[in-house]
Design a protein around this ligand. Structure first.
Ligand code: ZN
Length: 434
């Protein structure tokens, strides 16, 4: 019953600051489904943890999907007749519609207008828009910028390329005692946006980095890929080995001030569902049922795979203010919330690592705890004593420690400590024999 080695972790303030610093370094990079921005992101993440990188060629047929061409962009702007850039990719990579095909020309505002996207409800925000699977081009700008544009001709340049290339994804794997794996998946296709989803990227990297020196029962795999096609490509390449995935979590939007949200796997009754719900509820968060929209859990939980993979976030995507806009920035995501998300993930891992089912070796009546020094007879009992009684009572070979924590509403950690104490006093043994 080793579990997470908490002593190896730096203080929460330090891990939070480190995650936020890494996020600030990744923030300016123009990521998309494919391209150099993804590769540059992975090169930076490799400093945190070794990565195995896979590149699949554009056009590869992956289940029902054809992998897209690779998109790269060098510069883009809209300039007025004096050559002054009224919209400049150099100032924010959100200014270009993701996957814009190259454009170079002059046109009147009227013609340009159908390629301009704003966020009228929040006139200072630049929206984040993409056109992955329809060839198009466009600019995203604040409503205020648009209102300042005069009814004249503009020079329009998008210096991009959309060519045969690769879809890139990366894995960090940590070998445990068992070949059975716990999968963490996160997406790396968003440009300068923090909660959705650099928060998920830095959380997965921090988890991998901090778990790596620990001796763990399960093996761990961290998948960093573009949304939808990343998980699909990984599932396609690893289809024969998916049986080793025993538990999984998709990480997204884990740095905002909201409380935690756990979205159940399609199965709803997997051990990860029970473990995550136990931890998230104890932390004041909420549990929501599976539904076939949202993030990459849709692929892992498609009926042909039906993997035990849930999704962990704080405020779910599209429910927090500033979602998919320039307001989702380094100020919105705070180190303390990143650190809290890391802590809760480690608590979930600790449950998965240590959950077990035991048998009470003295089931006829309660064993006399007082003569073993386990019961101090405080009126009403301390929570440690209450936990001993719950573990003794429910350890009939049919209830795991997690079941006991759920039913008693005692923290899992308390229940696990009680089981360790009872084992030391030979009052408990693992179900199925020691
Ligand atoms: Zn998004």
């Amino acid at each position: 019953m080793a579990g997470v080695d908490w002593d190896r972790l730096p203080a929460a303030s330090q891990v939070g600051a480190e995650m936020h610093e890494l996020m600030a370094e990744l923030y300016p990079i123009c990521r998309s489904l494919t391209g150099e921005g993804v590769r540059e992101t992975l090169r930076i993440l490799e400093r945190e943890v070794p990565l195995e990188i896979t590149e699949l060629p554009s056009g590869t047929q992956v289940f029902d999907w054809t992998l897209p061409r690779e998109w790269n962009i060098r510069d883009a702007w809209i300039a007025d007749s004096d050559g002054g850039r009224v919209v400049d990719f150099g100032r924010s990579n959100l200014h270009v519609l993701g996957y814009s095909v190259p454009v170079r020309g002059r046109m009147p505002l009227e013609e340009l207008r159908e390629h301009l996207y704003t966020h009228p409800g929040n006139p200072d925000w630049i929206p984040f828009r993409t056109s992955y699977y329809n060839e198009n081009w466009g600019f995203c700008l604040s409503q205020r910028q648009l209102e300042q544009m005069r009814d004249t001709d503009y020079e329009v340049v998008i210096d991009s390329s959309l060519t045969d290339g690769y879809v890139t994804f990366a894995e960090a794997s940590l070998a445990g005692e068992l070949p059975d794996e716990v999968l963490f998946s996160t997406y790396i296709c968003h440009p300068s946006l923090c909660n959705d989803n650099l928060s998920g990227v830095v959380l997965a990297a921090a988890l991998a980095k901090h778990l790596r020196p620990m001796s763990l029962r399960y093996s761990y795999r961290f998948l960093f890929g573009p949304g939808t096609i990343g998980p699909l490509s990984w599932l396609w390449k690893n289809e024969a080995d998916l049986g080793r995935i025993k538990h999984g979590l998709v990480l997204s939007c884990v740095g905002d001030p909201g409380t935690l949200t756990y979205k159940q796997s399609r199965r709803a009754d997997a051990e990860i569902d029970q473990a995550a719900a136990n931890v998230v509820r104890a932390a004041g968060g909420s549990v929501i049922p599976f539904e076939p929209w949202g993030g990459d859990e849709r692929q892992f939980c498609s009926p042909g795979f039906n993997l035990p993979v849930g999704a962990l976030s704080r405020t779910p995507a599209d429910k927090f203010p500033g979602y998919h806009s320039s307001a989702d920035d380094l100020e919105f995501v705070r180190p303390e919330f990143l650190a809290d998300s890391l802590r809760r993930c480690l608590e979930i891992i600790d449950v998965i690592e240590t959950n077990a089912t035991y048998v009470n070796l003295n089931p006829k009546g309660e064993p006399q705890l007082g003569k073993r020094g386990l019961y101090r007879g405080v009126a009403g009992g301390s929570s440690a004593e209450t936990a001993l009684l719950w573990v003794l009572n429910l350890s009939d070979g049919n209830h795991s420690l997690l079941d006991i924590s759920d039913r008693s509403r005692l923290p899992y950690e308390r229940v696990r400590e009680a089981a360790e104490t009872l084992r030391k006093h030979e009052l408990l043994e693992p179900a199925g024999g020691a």
